[in-house]
Design a binder for this molecule. Structure first.
Ligand code: S3P
Length: 172
């Protein structure tokens, strides 16, 4: 079974996913890390050298190449669900969980990691907040198709694992 964690940049998908996986003896993978390993360069460099469209193509391929037989939690990139039919794919291939956070919390969390995130690079705080607001509104159209929507501030990794495992069916 595959659990796909989705949500905006800075919503804690990787931290949360690692905790969920380790408590249940599952594997954990970060989609950005898988992409970076395959391409042999950082996501930031892929964006810089080859552009976003190229990144989205690789992202969609890597996502589909994750073996479905394993028990695995995947932390997706913030844009993953909104490109290349990925949300529909993930909803069929496993369980999708949206870690939902508000704009102010995201802006606060992203303040210090702007430099490693190609879509936020060079933005001042105010500009970044505006970007988060606009982009989150657009992306929630995809994020809200998740089978489970969880409050990212209140969520507990152990409890969430129980919810995912013991309260099927999820397919909408
Ligand atoms: C992106 C989010 C990033 C990464 C890439 C694009 C996005 O992942 O995939 O920089 O479109 O929001 P994180 O959400 O892990 O930062």
């Amino acid at each position: 079974m595959i659990i796909y964690l989705i949500g905006f940049m800075g919503s804690g998908k990787s931290t949360f996913g690692k905790r969920m996986a380790s408590r249940s003896g599952w594997n954990f993978e970060d989609l950005d890390t898988l992409i970076a390993n395959i391409e042999g360069k950082t996501v930031r460099d892929i964006f810089k050298e080859s552009g976003e469209e190229y990144f989205r193509e690789i992202e969609a391929k890597v996502l589909r190449n994750i073996p479905a037989g394993d028990n695995i939690v995947i932390a997706c990139g913030g844009g993953t669900p909104c490109h290349k039919g990925n949300m529909e794919f993930m909803n069929q291939a496993g369980v999708t969980v949206y870690l939902k956070l508000d704009v102010a919390t995201l802006a606060h969390r992203l303040k210090n990691t702007r430099k490693v995130r190609p879509l936020l690079e060079g933005m001042e705080q105010e500009e970044m907040e505006e970007y988060i607001k606009t982009t989150l509104t657009q992306r929630e159209e995809c994020y809200n198709k998740a089978q489970l929507i969880i409050d990212g501030l209140k969520a507990d990794p152990g409890k969430l694992m129980d919810i995912v495992l013991f309260r099927p069916p999820y397919n909408k």
